[in-house]
Structure formats: C-alpha cells, structure tokens
Design a protein around this ligand. Structure first.
Ligand SMILES: *Cc1c(COP(=O)(O)O)cnc(C)c1O
Length: 292
C-alpha cells in the first residue's frame, strides 16, 4: 500500500463576491484513500512506540462512523499489526454501517460498549478498566486513545511542519480533539502563527487537550462550528460545493469544510497581514463525508 508522502502543497485561488483569494493547501487528504490524513500522522508514532515495546496489537476506541477507526484498521493492516476497536453503542453490534463492516472485513476485532461506559474515556485509569473489561493484557496490547489524542499523536503531526520546511506565516487546521493543532504548535518556530478552527459547539475539551499536549500560546477560532459536531447549514454546503467546483478540492462538512470556510472568512476580513504566506492544512476525511 502506497502512502503519498511528503504530501503535496498546492496553490489555489478562490473567487467570491468579485474578489480573488490565493493561498496554499497542504494536501494531507491525498496521503491515502482509507486513512484520513491527520489520522495517519497521529497513528504513525504510536505504531512505532508499540513496536518498540514489543507489542503487535493496537487497541483503540471510537464512534461508529469514526475516521480514526477506519484509519487504524488500514494502518495496522499495512504494517502487519493486529487491531481491536471498541465502538460506542452496544446496539450497533450487528455491524450495520459501512465503516464498521469495512473495519471487520479488514480484520479488526470489534467490541461494542454502552455509551455510559464510553463516556468514561477521559478518566484516568480508563485504559486499565477497558483492558480488564475485555480480558486483555497491557503487556501485549498498545492502547491508543480516541482520535489518536496523545503525545505520540501530536508528535507525528510535527512532521507536517518539517515537510513544509517551516515556510509559512500562517498555518490553519481544523480541531476535533485538538491533538493535530497541539502537534503543529509544538513543532512551529517563533514568529509563525498556527491557528485552530474548532468544529465543536463547546470547545472546552479542545482547550484541555491543547494545554495537556502543548505549553505554547495558541489561537483557537470558535465561530465556525455551524451548530456543533457534524452539524451543517445551507451556507456551509453551498461553500463546500462552490469551493470544490473552483479548485477541484473536496471538503467534508464535519471538519475541513468548516475550517476552509473560516479561512475564507478571515481572508475577507483582512485578518492576515498582506503578502504573508497562508497554508490551510487539508486533514482529509472526505471518503467518509457522506455517512457522518
Ligand atoms: C479527526 C479529524 C480531525 C480532527 O483532528 P484532531 O487532531 O482530533 O483535532 C480533523 N480533520 C479530519 C479530516 C479528521 O478526520
């Protein structure tokens, strides 16, 4: 299986209201068809760490439609490791959606837990509780938290900055857990601005995650969530359609649509210093856009 790395950097021009906006897009969406770009970045270091500690099985958790579950299946398969997925919602154990049947077909062992149990995922000791519940041993199995949201996940995203040779003034990314954003912040040198765009209505968990994974100052834009996770609006749908028509770059309405909408809004409002190099990070996720 081939990975398109380093991912390409593409210049785009978007026209709206009689004006033209030109900026660059880091195409992590092209890294792999089944692996949402930033999920590859976040899993990469975790795989290495698992290997280093002599573990050949990855255990992770996610929602039924999660890009992270899909990516974990594809990545572990690629490096000949085993994977176990714990899915939120006991009622789903008939594998009734395409994401889960894909995971299962590709060899992921699936377990289904109640929403109540799943909601404990941020508690300390959750990893042990989960291993105990499933009768697994942490000596053999490496745990990756939901969305790859750990130090190794953030570290892997630092690779994006190295691929860009730090050649930008502004870099903008979508934030679900905030791990990608934290990793970019950590790898970026002074004088350059990394901006996060929240896709959640309540960004408290994102702030928490950034503070946990990075000690840098940061700027999180919280006005582009369109009502919350996976919520959309006609305005957003129109923008996604228009953007794809003009640039041939597909966006999803869960993550990248909102982020690019934010980038264009900031450009319209002259937020960026003129003449600066602006890069929007396309984190991927489009293959699943229809089912979220
Ligand atoms: C998971 C995902 C994100 C969110 O990344 P975080 O590191 O959790 O903030 C952004 N974009 C896409 C396409 C994703 O699949």
């Amino acid at each position: 299986m081939h990975l398109y790395l380093p991912s390409p950097l593409q210049e785009v021009t978007y026209r709206t209201d009689g004006k033209e906006y030109t900026f660059c897009v880091k195409r992590d969406d092209l890294i792999h068809p089944d692996i949402s770009g930033n999920k590859w970045r976040k899993l990469n270091r975790n795989m290495e760490k698992a290997r280093e500690s002599g573990k050949n099985t990855i255990l992770t958790i996610g929602g039924a439609f999660s890009n992270h579950i899909r990516a974990t299946v594809a990545v572990t398969k690629m490096v000949a490791m085993n994977s176990i997925g714990v899915i939120r919602g006991e009622e789903l154990n008939n594998y009734s959606n395409e994401n889960l049947s894909f995971a299962s077909e590709q060899g992921m062992k699936l377990y289904f837990v109640s929403r109540d149990f799943y909601s404990k995922r941020y508690e300390t000791g959750f990893e042990k509780m989960l291993m105990d519940k499933l009768g697994l041993s942490s000596e053999e199995i490496y745990y990756v938290p939901e969305g790859g949201a750990n130090n190794e996940g953030a570290e892997g995203c630092g690779e994006i900055i190295r691929e860009l040779n730090s050649d930008f003034d502004y870099l903008i990314t979508a934030c679900g857990t905030g791990t990608t954003f934290a990793g970019l912040l950590n790898a970026t040198s002074k004088g350059k601005e990394v901006i996060g765009v929240s896709v959640l209505k309540d960004s408290a968990t994102i702030h928490q995650k950034i503070i946990e994974l990075s000690s840098k100052d940061y700027l999180l834009m919280e006005d582009y969530h369109f009502g919350g996770y996976a919520k959309t609006a006609q305005d957003l749908k129109n923008f996604i359609h228009d953007f794809q028509t003009q640039t041939d770059i597909p966006l999803d309405y869960v993550y990248t649509g909102k982020m690019f909408y934010g980038v264009i809004d900031l450009l319209k409002r002259d937020y960026f210093e003129s003449g600066s190099k602006i890069i929007a990070l396309h984190t991927g996720g489009v293959a699943n856009a229809g089912v979220v």
